[in-house]
Write a protein that binds this ligand. Structure first.
Ligand SMILES: [Cu+2]
Length: 127
């Protein structure tokens, strides 16, 4: 019985470690209409160099454009997001990317208000 418990705990630890290694940080961005202009919101999202990100990008506004662009030049991301068709965009933030603010825009509509990708090194973990 004792051996079985140890084996179970070992397996649990193993699967937890495996999950942590493959986990991606999920960030949802969506179109929002503010004062007649379409924005990507939230207006700021924070990521760290080396981090694996899963962007979930949504356009659920009724009326106006049927699709918007999801454009992050620094990450070479350029996608089309159709209404009611959430787009999943998985990226790894390059380890070499400098801290700072980078635009998240729309390549189709010059008036589409950008959001900001804030790249910031993660605080060192306290052991
Ligand atoms: Cu747009």
């Amino acid at each position: 019985m004792k051996n079985l418990t140890q084996a179970t705990l070992g397996l649990l630890f193993f699967t937890t470690a495996l999950f942590a290694a493959s986990a991606r940080k999920e960030i949802t961005l969506q179109t929002q209409k503010i004062n007649e202009a379409v924005h990507w919101t939230p207006e700021k999202v924070e990521v760290a160099p080396g981090e694996k990100i899963k962007f979930i990008v949504k356009h659920d506004l009724e009326g106006g454009f049927d699709f918007h662009g999801f454009f992050i030049p620094v990450l070479k991301v350029s996608e089309q997001v159709n209404r009611h068709e959430p787009k999943i965009v998985e990226v790894t933030i390059p380890k070499s990317l400098k801290e700072g603010d980078y635009p998240i825009g729309c390549q189709f509509h010059p008036k589409h208000v950008q959001a900001t990708l804030v790249v910031k090194k993660a605080a060192p973990k306290v052991k």
